[in-house]
Design a protein around this ligand. Structure first.
Ligand code: CA
Length: 236
């Protein structure tokens, strides 16, 4: 699937020049002419990157970018500003506005294309999981190696032997800390569409997992019971 680039630019001629070059570069493009609904329109389309002009009718690029960074689906989407004046640059990249880059008009489409590609590569690298080691109490979980270690006195570590299902269950909880899950939801998420497993299976695996990772399996500190519903994972 080709990446989606939003071009927010009210000058029709410039917008179509950009669009033409981005399409040739293999991107899916949509032009937004500005106006007070721009943020909502962008959020609905969910682009992978936004090229944003500063001077726009109704609402300027600064306001749109500020809104993007305030929260919602586009918070982490790279924004490259198109600026006409060099004195706008400091504001564009400042914390208050939150742009990722800028390009000054007039610019060559090839330069814009190169910047877009660089930012997309960077944002892809950002979404790769960075944290592979999770520590919970006396336990360390290496998600990449799929191993669990228990810290012993004098800094020694002993490996905790988990079955593949127990590890999958633990991994699921660690990536959804604080969220309560019903047995049915856990079956769907961890076991998938294996019809021979029943909600009781979940309880059995939870009990085994507690015996491995809890200091007091009867009074679990991490893998807690949510009465009348299911289970939740807590990290102190
Ligand atoms: Ca403009």
């Amino acid at each position: 699937m080709s990446k989606k680039i939003a071009v927010v630019e009210d000058e029709a001629e410039l917008a179509s020049l950009i669009e033409y070059n981005l399409n040739r570069g293999g991107f899916q493009t949509r032009v937004f002419g500005g106006g007070v609904n721009t943020f909502r329109e962008l959020e609905a389309w969910q682009p992978d990157l936004i090229v944003l002009d500063v001077m726009l009718p109704g609402q300027d690029g600064f306001e749109i970018c500020r809104r993007i960074r305030q929260g919602g689906k586009l918070t982490r989407t790279p924004v490259i500003f198109l600026t006409a004046r060099s004195d706008e640059v400091d504001r564009v990249l400042g914390l208050e506005i939150g742009g990722d880059d800028y390009i000054t008009k007039p610019f060559s489409p090839r330069e814009l294309l190169a910047r877009i590609k660089a930012h997309l590569r960077r944002s892809e690298a950002d979404t790769e999981p960075k944290q592979t080691n999770v520590t919970m109490g006396p336990f360390r979980v290496d998600l990449a190696a799929r191993r669990v270690f228990q810290l012993k006195p004098q800094g020694l570590e002993k490996e905790v032997e988990l079955t593949s299902t127990e590890f999958k269950l633990l991994e699921f909880f660690l990536t959804h800390v604080g969220h309560a899950w019903s047995r049915e939801q856990l079956l769907r998420e961890v076991w998938g569409e294996q019809h021979y497993v029943t909600p009781r299976t979940v309880d059995v695996h939870i009990r085994r997992l507690r015996e491995q990772i809890e200091e007091k399996p009867d009074e679990p500190a991490f893998l807690v019971t949510v009465r009348g519903f299911g289970y939740r994972f807590e990290v102190q």
